[in-house]
Design a protein around this ligand. Structure first.
Ligand code: ADP
Ligand code: MG
Length: 327
C-alpha cells in the first residue's frame, strides 16, 4: 500500500499549495465556519490547517489516513469523472505518505479529542488522546522528506508560499461566509471576516488583491437564459503588468478556460484598448448540467456543453458593462 500511496501522491501532492488545496476542501466539506492556515518556510517545513467543522470520530481517524477512505457520497456522474484519475478518498493518505502528518480532531458528538500520526514510513497511524476543540487540525511537517526526487522540484520559499497564497485566495474569493486566515512564519498575511454584502465582499477583495482594483472597476450582475454573471472588471485605468488578477469561478469553482478568456479579452479589446492583462473577479453560474467540471480535477478546467451560448452571454454582458462606464 505504501508504494501505491506514493504514486498517487505524485498526482495529488505536487507542492505545499496542493496540500493546502486538499485540506481546505476537506474543511469546507466538514462545514467549517472558521479556517486557519498557518505555515512555515513556504509550507515545506510545516503546514497547519485548523477548522471548526464537524470533526472526525475517534474510530474513523486512522481510516481517514488510509486510501479510498472517503466518507463522502458522490453522485455517479461525478464519481465516474474522477475515478479514472484516482482522486477521491486519498488526499490525506497521499499526503501522509510523503510527510509527517498529525490529524487531530474532536467530533461534534464526542466529549474528547483524538489524534492520529504517521511519519511517511509507517502506514499504520498511531492514535492517541489529544486536547482539541470541536473540529479538525491537520499538521503536515517536512513535506517530501522521504522522497528526495520530489523535494528537489520544490522552488524557493517565496515561490512556494506564492502558490500557497494563491490557493488560499481562490478559496477566500469564493467562500464569502467563512472566516479565513493565513499566517506565514508567524506573520499574519490575511485575516478575513465573513462577508454578507457586496460592500463587505469588496473589502475582502481589496484586502486580498488590491484596493486600487476595487476603486477602478465596474460591478456587474446580469442574468439571462438561466445564466448569471456577477463580479468586478478592472477599468483601463487599472493597468496590470501581469495576468495576475484574473479570477473566474464557474458554479463556485475557480476555472481557467479558453472560452472564458476569449470572451473576456474580446470584450475588453472591443470596448476600450488592447488590454493585454485585464483584471477581473467574476462569478458565472449556470445549470450544472451545462458544464462538465471533471475534465481534470487539479487543472481547473471545465467543458461547457454549449460553449457558443456561454461565450455570447459572457461577451455581451461584459461588453455592455464596460461600454456603460467608458466614454
Ligand atoms: P475525501 O475528501 O475525498 O473524502 P480525503 O483523503 O481528503 O478524502 O479525506 C478522507 C476522509 O477524512 C474524508 O472523507 C473525511 O471523512 C475525513 N476528513 C478529512 N479532513 C476532514 C476535516 N477537516 N473535517 C472532517 N473530516 C475530515
Ligand atoms: Mg478531500
Amino acid at each position: 500500500p505504501r508504494l501505491a500511496n506514493q504514486i498517487a501522491a505524485g498526482e495529488v501532492v505536487e507542492r505545499p499549495a496542493s496540500v493546502v488545496k486538499e485540506l481546505l476542501e476537506n474543511s469546507l466539506d466538514a462545514g467549517a465556519k472558521r479556517i486557519q492556515v498557518d505555515v512555515e518556510q513556504g509550507g515545506v517545513k510545516r503546514l497547519l490547517v485548523r477548522d471548526d467543522g464537524h470533526g472526525i470520530r475517534q474510530d474513523e481517524l486512522a481510516l481517514a489516513l488510509s486510501r479510498h477512505a472517503t466518507s463522502k457520497i458522490y453522485d455517479l456522474d461525478e464519481l465516474e469523472g474522477v475515478a479514472s484519475l484516482g482522486f477521491r478518498g486519498e488526499a490525506l493518505a497521499s499526503v501522509s505518505s510523503v510527510s509527517r502528518l498529525t490529524l487531530s480532531s474532536r467530533h461534534i458528538d464526542a466529549a474528547d479529542g483524538w489524534q492520529a500520526r504517521t511519519d511517511g514510513r509507517d502506514m499504520v497511524p498511531v492514535v492517541s488522546p489529544a486536547a482539541h476543540p470541536v473540529g479538525t487540525s491537520v499538521e503536515v511537517c517536512d513535506l517530501f522528506f522521504n522522497t528526495p526526487a520530489r523535494r528537489k522540484f520544490l522552488k524557493t520559499e517565496k515561490t512556494e508560499f506564492g502558490h500557497l497564497e494563491e490557493t488560499f485566495k481562490r478559496v477566500a474569493l469564493s467562500q464569502w461566509e467563512r472566516f479565513l486566515s493565513l499566517k506565514h512564519n508567524g506573520k499574519t498575511i490575511h485575516s478575513l471576516t465573513a462577508c454578507h454584502s457586496q460592500a463587505e465582499q469588496e473589502k475582502r477583495i481589496a484586502q486580498l488583491c488590491s484596493a486600487d482594483f476595487i476603486q477602478q472597476s465596474v460591478f456587474l450582475d446580469v442574468t439571462h437564459l438561466g445564466m448569471t454573471l456577477r463580479g468586478w472588471m478592472g477599468l483601463p485605468t487599472f493597468n496590470r503588468r501581469q495576468a495576475d488578477l484574473q479570477y473566474f469561478f464557474v458554479n463556485g469553482r475557480p476555472v481557467r478556460d479558453r472560452v472564458v478568456s476569449h470572451a473576456v479579452k474580446q470584450a475588453y479589446r472591443d470596448v476600450l484598448f488592447h488590454g493585454r492583462h485585464p483584471a477581473f473577479v467574476l462569478y458565472f453560474e449556470l445549470d450544472p448540467q451545462g458544464v462538465d467540471v471533471n475534465v481534470h480535477p487539479t487543472k481547473h478546467e471545465v467543458r461547457f456543453r454549449d460553449s457558443r451560448t456561454v461565450h455570447d452571454f459572457l461577451f455581451r454582458s461584459l461588453h455592455r458593462a464596460l461600454a456603460e462606464v467608458t466614454p
